[in-house]
Design a protein around this ligand. Sequence first.
Ligand SMILES: C[S@@+](CC[C@H](N)C(=O)[O-])C[C@H]1O[C@@H](n2cnc3c(N)ncnc32)[C@H](O)[C@@H]1O
Length: 475
Amino acid sequence: MADLNFQNRTLYHGDNLDFLRGMNSETVHLIATDPPFNKNRDFHATPNSLASGARFQDRWSWERDVHEEWMDSIKDDWPGVWEVIDAANMSYGRDMGAFLCWLGVRIIEMRRVLRQDGSLYLHIDHTAHAYVKALMDGVFGHRNFRNEIIWFYKTGGVSKRWFGRKHDTILFYSKSNEYKFTLQKEKSYLSHRYGFSNVDIQEDEQGIFNMVTMRDVWDIPALRGNQPEATGYPTQKPLALYERMIRASSGPGDIVLDPFCGCATTPIAAERLDRQWVGIDIWEDAYQTVLDRLEQEQLAILNEDEDGEQASRRLLTFGDVTYSKGPPERTDDNEVAAPSFRLKMRRPIEPWQKITHRQMVNILVKAQGSADGVICAGCGRVLEKEFMEIDHILPKSDRGENHIMNRILLCRPCNGRKRDNFTLRGLVRENKKKNVAWMRDEARAQIAQSKATEFAEWVRDNFQSSECQELIRQD
Ligand SMILES: C[S@@+](CC[C@H](N)C(=O)[O-])C[C@H]1O[C@@H](n2cnc3c(N)ncnc32)[C@H](O)[C@@H]1O
């Protein structure tokens, strides 16, 4: 296991991507988190509550919320995930695609920081659930999917136009097949005492019950504003919900992380169960709310004497929680300790195969360039580089790889026509057959193709040379 480069009881303030990227690989036992769901609205806290003034945005656009670098890295390293994003773009709408891209880069990092025996619980509602499930299958692998937990509650209104929407979904994935899990039991209330002579039945204020193995439908009341644990934070979840996940998938002393911790339900639940925790949120008052909640909960910590023996318990105080706006610095040489399941592969990856999307574009612009612009390898048109798109020579659907040896620049119409339907040759043939208006010069298109291949071979064979490194760096 890698060294920890963060402390127990730390609250980070800022965009969680920076903080996740700063954490060493394979350090966290459990992530239990509740990101925004793409509900296309803004959330505001109850006035005069602990969380008063808090608000966050839950609406997404490619232009405002997604960085090109995230798109490039997903396209290059997680093509299956990109397909899911693309599908959401087309079948739901561009806001869902943008949301998935934004969430996808973060989930990839979450998986990296999880230990091999770690798990992730991701809370989502009906708006995005199907798309996020596909995204998570892409990142974790469908074999590591463990449960779709239905959190069922009764609060809130119902519509006259459809069945009352009274559940959220929690997707539970493990990082590998060797994951921590302790089966939980819960009370099952019986309508009468008779006929259960061979089960151990008990009684409490709600009636007669016996203990049964926990299933994947969890009946836990949603928070009401007058409950002691309610802070007024707009999307606060019940502690009982997060305590179940923490009990099932971690042990005392384990590290629990919530990168979207809001008013710190996961950290407080972790503290109550003697786990270590780290929370991240972009909301600036999260720190004060955590302190207020810790005080309200009267949580105590165990002091140890110099020999490490238990000495006494004292209440948590101000100084016990670390607050930071700066991400931790990696001390593990940027090891991706656990290669992605997809890359547990047949053969090692060569350095030249790791060239980024942007770098590949730079190389191909040079290869397919002419005095007047860049030549499209599909139709032979010469255009400015801004009108060119990078594509696969052999389509990904035919196991075409992502590296430079299988890449080519096409103009937008050619790329749209080619997609996964044609090989490059097939595209040129199709362009001619259909006599498309933009088809200019087949011979010139073929020259562009062979130049791109020649150049890619040169990059592969001379990757370490200063000339090649210089070329890659050029914008
Ligand atoms: C659904 S709420 C989480 C509520 C939490 N489970 C609770 O019980 O309070 C989502 C949270 O994600 C936070 N958030 C949104 N974008 C973020 C980002 N890029 N980095 C960190 N936090 C973010 C919001 O401020 C909000 O608190």
